[in-house]
Write a protein that binds this ligand. Structure first.
Ligand code: UFG
Length: 338
């Protein structure tokens, strides 16, 4: 669908667009006919992950001057906001870092948007806003009780967005990702974190390098096989959800939040077994103790995103998620070449 807004292609400022979900979304935006300007401090993102066709500006949300310059350089239709620290364990060890980077950084962004007359934002939120989860699949109206500083910063930002909407008319969509996974099916973009804490890249690293194994964090949860259950959602499907949210912000939505997941849960052991099948490699799995803070089951109901955003995930099968991730990890043993 052609972007709304003007005859010339509408521009989106993608803050954190050199990261994993951000870079895939930039690719989706360009394919949908938008212009994208990536603003990223490259603290965890990669310059090589910025798709050809997007403009790149190095800058930091904690340095409002660089942000002001970026916002002054174009007439942006909207901002996509991916820039955040996103590791639960790190947030417990260093909450000051999380409150500064995530909260202060976001407030700087919202205030700069106001100053430059940019009135729409799509925000990367997370299933971590729910905290203690009592049901599956989980709907958006489930109580929010984030149980670590990371989740608390994301939930506080959602509250900020609502308050800025009521007071200043800012239009926003918060997208609560469940477990972002998989890689660009064209093989151009991938997942490159340092350190890597996520299950799927760690399992695939063990497939690539037989000397390594993958650790399974606990098999004494109240789940069918005792290991934690998660809802894995393909990063390219997440990218599409952002484009759909932008289209809806142009017309119907003032302030809203949506879950993004496939509604199917897979246990850690199921992921390891499926990875053995997809890669055709033996994968050594070592059972170790629980990782603190892991909820047993997190599965989304994304009915509202389907009904109200018209979101239709196409890479939802776990096998497809693993195949696309394997396509990248097999050919990029050192990620983007760090
Ligand atoms: N796991 C392992 N071994 C590993 C890595 C993970 O067994 O080497 C397990 C975890 O214990 C968990 C599951 O695999 O049960 C998934 O773990 P991930 O680290 O891949 O993902 P999380 O569910 O912990 O994290 C996701 C998002 C976070 C978000 C969190 C909310 O990536 O950003 O959900 O709970 F904060």
């Amino acid at each position: 669908m052609a972007p709304a807004g003007s005859g010339s292609r509408a521009a989106v400022l993608v803050v954190g667009g050199a990261g994993y979900v951000g870079s895939h979304t930039v690719k989706g935006l360009l394919a949908a006919g938008y212009r994208a300007v990536v603003f990223d401090n490259l603290s965890t993102g990669h310059r090589q992950a910025v798709p050809r066709g997007a403009r790149f500006l190095k800058g930091d949300l904690l340095q409002p001057a660089s942000l002001g310059r970026a916002l002054a350089a174009h007439r942006f239709q909207a901002v996509f906001h991916f820039a955040a620290r996103a590791l639960v364990g790190e947030s417990v060890a260093d909450p000051a870092l999380y409150y500064r980077q995530n909260l202060t950084g976001t407030q700087n962004l919202l205030d700069a948007m106001r100053a430059h007359g940019v009135g729409k934002i799509v925000f990367s939120s997370t299933a971590a806003v729910y905290g203690e989860v009592r049901t599956a699949p989980l709907r958006e109206d489930h109580p929010k009780a984030p149980c670590n500083p990371y989740g608390r910063t994301k939930w506080t930002i959602e509250c900020m967005l609502r308050d800025y909407g009521a007071a200043y008319g800012l239009r926003s969509v918060s997208l609560r990702y469940f477990n972002a996974a998989g890689c660009d099916p064209d093989g151009e973009l991938g997942e490159d974190h340092d350190p890597e804490t996520h299950l799927i890249p760690n399992v695939l690293r063990a497939a690539r390098d037989r000397r390594r194994g993958v650790r399974i964090f606990g098999d004494d949860y109240e789940t069918p096989d005792g290991t934690c259950v998660r809802d894995y959602v393909h990063v390219t499907d997440l990218a599409q959800a952002h484009v759909r949210a932008l289209e809806k912000l142009d017309s119907e939505i003032q302030v809203d939040a949506f879950n993004l997941g496939n509604g199917s849960g897979y246990s850690v052991r199921e992921v390891v077994d499926m990875a053995r099948e997809v890669t055709g490699r033996p994968i050594r799995a070592e059972l170790v103790g629980r990782r603190p803070g892991d909820p047993p089951v997190l599965v989304a109901s994304a009915e509202r995103a389907r009904a109200e955003l018209g979101w239709q995930p196409v890479f939802g099968a776990l096998g497809t998620i693993l195949e696309t991730a394997w396509g990248w990890h097999r050919t990029h043993p050192r990620g983007y070449g760090r």
